[in-house]
Design a protein around this ligand. Structure first.
Ligand code: IMP
Length: 417
């Protein structure tokens, strides 16, 4: 069975941990990122050591798997080279092979500047994500296979630089870098990446098709989440790619058969950046969730906004992605809060004027006081924690197959084994 792991809320649900866990399965041969860029951030904790990844798929610590960066991931060469360097300083060559699609678009320095000049209203990560995708659909982007061809790359940088200088001036900024400097920097990073024997730039669709033909299994790792999807999210407070299931097909270039789609939800909700957040808590409970849950952005370090669990949001994610099951992370963070509220209505709408006016219906559930971080069996959870999970299952019609009770790899309860 192939598996897709998708965020059901506003991102940062702990998808990295679930992907890391599922990758343990011997049958999984590859882990694929298919959209987004280094706006994402995954933290994988192994033996107490924290690995923070932005671009590299979460399966990287498994030597016998292949990590794939699919065609609709946008790549900042400096970030990729840097991320590999930091990783290898910690684990040496004990990481999996990385295949990067030659069709990936590059995040160029002008994208970052344009993001800085225009992204504040949305609270973007400032990594050049929106402007790079703008150029992708505007047919002005530079792709990895063009960067490999030195002559073509020089021409393309010069063409795009002249257009970007005008654009940035019109936006009230100034672009100081020369074409020579940009080309030199990109080439240095590209050479660094290409000389690494564990990294290959190639046709990743061919690779994945080959795996499927051999009936080998693949895990697809979504970045960001359903409510940040460019089409289905709280537009315009969204990222610029399809974070929902459709992005898997366009971003990997093929359709996997036998796909199980797992939605990851935190036991509460967080959002980083601007935009509507119906269940947001701007009180002491919100602060407690932020401090106990260490809710600070992996990529930008910004404090995350925190709030109650939103069941209509999970049902929306179920509908848009065709979810088969849920993984619920960070249940331990709710310990000591009493009562716990969950939003049960109205139905989620991404029409902003509606969201801001809606009257929220909450259901109150009893909290628990016991430390659950060492619990490994569902039966051993306090009764109120069991009620919480069972209520989520009832209201979503989805099985909560995994329950996270702490950041470590083994702090997980598998409810149905
Ligand atoms: P961008 O993706 O940098 O353009 O940012 C657009 C919006 O998506 C902002 O509100 C960001 O905070 C949010 N965002 C982007 N990536 C992530 C992520 O990995 N987790 C949570 N929010 C994200």
């Amino acid at each position: 069975m192939n598996i897709a792991v998708i965020g059901t809320q506003f991102g940062d649900e702990g998808k990295g941990k679930i992907v890391d866990l599922l990758t343990e399965n011997k049958k999984i041969k590859a882990v694929v990122r298919y959209q987004g860029g280094n706006n994402a951030g995954h933290t994988v904790v192994v033996n107490g050591e924290k690995h923070t990844l932005h671009l590299i798929p979460s399966g990287i610590l498994y030597k016998d798997k292949t990590c794939v960066i699919g065609n609709n991931v946008i790549v900042d060469l400096a970030v990729l080279a840097g991320e590999v360097k930091v990783l290898e300083e910690k684990v040496g060559k004990k990481h999996s092979e990385i295949l990067i699609s030659e069709k990936c678009h590059l995040i160029m320095p002008w994208h970052k500047l344009r993001d800085e000049l225009s992204g504040a209203k949305i609270g973007t990560t400032g990594r050049g994500i929106g402007p790079c995708y703008e150029d992708t659909v505007g047919r002005r982007g530079i792709r990895l296979f063009e960067a490999i061809d030195s002559k073509r790359f020089k021409e393309r940088v010069k063409e795009e630089l002249s257009w970007n200088k005008k654009l940035i001036k019109a936006m009230g900024g100034k672009f100081n870098l020369s074409a020579d400097k940009i080309i030199k920097d990109c080439r240095r990073n590209l050479n660094e990446i290409r000389k690494n024997q564990l990294i290959k730039i190639s046709d990743t669709t061919d690779f994945l098709t080959g795996l499927m033909e051999k009936h080998q299994e693949v895990l697809f790792e979504g970045a960001q989440a359903t409510l940040l999807d460019i089409n289905h999210g709280t537009y315009p407070f969204v990222t610029s790619s399809n974070t929902t299931i459709g992005g898997l097909y366009t971003g990997s270039g093929f359709r996997p058969r036998n796909l199980k789609i797992i939605g990851v939800a935190k036991a509460y909700t967080t959002r980083v950046g601007e935009g509507p957040f119906p269940t947001e808590l701007t009180n002491k409970i919100g602060e407690k969730l932020r401090e106990v849950g260490r809710e600070y952005g992996t990529t930008t370090g910004r404090p995350r906004r925190c709030g109650w669990l939103d069941i209509p949001m999970l049902n929306y994610a179920k509908q848009i992605n065709g979810l088969d099951a849920l993984a619920m992370t960070k249940l331990d963070v709710l310990t000591g809060i009493n009562p716990i509220k969950i939003k049960v209505g109205p139905k989620l709408s991404v029409n902003l004027s509606k969201i801001y006016r809606e009257k929220i219906i909450y259901e109150k559930l009893s909290g628990w006081k016991e430390d659950i971080s060492k619990v490994r069996k569902f039966a051993d959870l306090p009764a109120a924690a069991k009620v919480y999970i069972n209520r989520v299952e009832k209201l979503t019609g989805l099985a909560v197959e995994w329950i996270g009770v702490g950041p470590e790899r083994d702090q997980i309860i598998k409810k149905y084994v």
